[in-house]
Design a protein around this ligand. Sequence first.
Ligand code: NAD
Length: 499
Amino acid sequence: MHEMTHGVTLPKTPREFGFFINGAWRRGRELFERNSPSHDLPVTRTSRCTPEDVDDAVAAARLAFEDRRWAGLPGGARAGVLLRAAEGIRRRRDEIATWEVLENGKPIAQARGEIDHCIACFETAAGAARLLHGESFNNLGDNLFGMVLREPVGVVGLITPWNFPFLILCERVPFILASGCTLVVKPAEVTSATTLILADILTDAGLPAGVYNVVTGTGRSIGQALAEHRDVDMLSFTGSTAVGRSCVHASGDSNLKKLGLELGGKNPIIVFADANLEDAADGAAFGISFNTGQCCVSSSRLIVERTVADRFERILAEKMKKIRVGDPFDPQTQVGAITTAAQNETILGYIAKGKAEGARVLTGGDALECGKGRYIAPTLFSGVTPSMSIAREEIFGPVLSSFHFDTLDEAIALANDTVYGLAASVWSKNIDQALCVTRRVRAGRFWVNTIMAGGPETPTGGFKQSGWGRETGLLGVEEYTQAKSVHIETGDRSHWIAS
Ligand code: NAD
């Protein structure tokens, strides 16, 4: 019997995955082995693709786009495939959740919840596939009729990060498919399994060969090759702002491909004295600890009204101490392992810097010993000043910095004092105050008296250096289309050249 944890048998040998081009599996000559961040055991082996494999994948996607095997179908037929894929994900929910846990380290209960969101993404996109349409202009005079057609952009390259391997994938893929585009996906090297499993699910759902292709490998070689590729019409990149910037250069230096960028954040959570402080503290604890703070939308800057700041920080610290951190296969676990060794170092480095720069640790502040994995205690810093590195830089870990304010204007100025603009949350029972903050803080997603709520019906994306474009919702399909204006002469032509 192999090692068991909480009723789950850990893999005896790593599961091997090929990569997927034109409806067929291939195997790379070199393989990458991934260890579970919570159990320190090899769990998967994926191929290190070559730039030639990227060329093959793009060629397959190009052919599948040009011969109209997908874009040429009625929206209802594309919707049918997406709905069958949603069913396929539902059937394989436990399997997908297990591989997410093994590669990423997130708690199993959370992984299952994320997969339910993914199913909803496919269902939402299926509706959008049916309803996607352009505009008509019937007011150009009796001799002229105008139309605006929505056409798929073409071949899309999709690069995803390791923090939500399946969720971020599913917030993009069905919307890209709904638009009629074909695609080549490059998942993060350490979390490729579920992107590859989706290939089988889509095939079983009836997606034609060549429409969804997956290449695996490092960002530096395979991601870069996709970003630079001259036959990719659009690149959708989710990851760090630094690599997002390099994608902008790669596009500029190649074929000026369209870009969708979802990048980093340093998201504020603003708490007014009139808020329900117990609710707000629960929201703040969740906002920074969910997915070990490895979320682009983690609320990592607490901005709290001075009159209640001490009391609020005490309530919050008590709540953060109660968060159950540990083996992600324990169904009670709320916070799992840090996904990569490098990220673990980065987070611990920021905690050390915070202490050295004079901020006070109210709770956490250390690595936690639980089993063989990498764990960090949810950490709250008080006495943070705006120039400290923990105040300015995205940590991407469970580390919350607290700031105090006296006036509404000061709260808004603190919230906007960042190069990022991804998400924000405000807690107040005064509707005027909450709405004023919502209007004046620059962020692509806002939560009032809640945090990280909402489904695939609404768009996501960032202001400022958090990105370009939107994903999910109807805008998330339109993002992968381009508008074409068409004019039709309906009467006799008034001639330019005299007869
Ligand atoms: P990352 O930028 O290092 O990697 C993201 C992806 O890009 C990976 O697939 C990686 O292999 C690839 N990549 C790396 N170098 C590349 C290159 N030169 N060219 C092309 N591709 C390359 O980010 P990460 O460490 O995987 O994820 C963490 C970051 O992602 C954080 O900054 C976080 O805020 C951001 N993120 C943003 C969102 C969002 O929706 N805005 C969501 C999740 C994560």
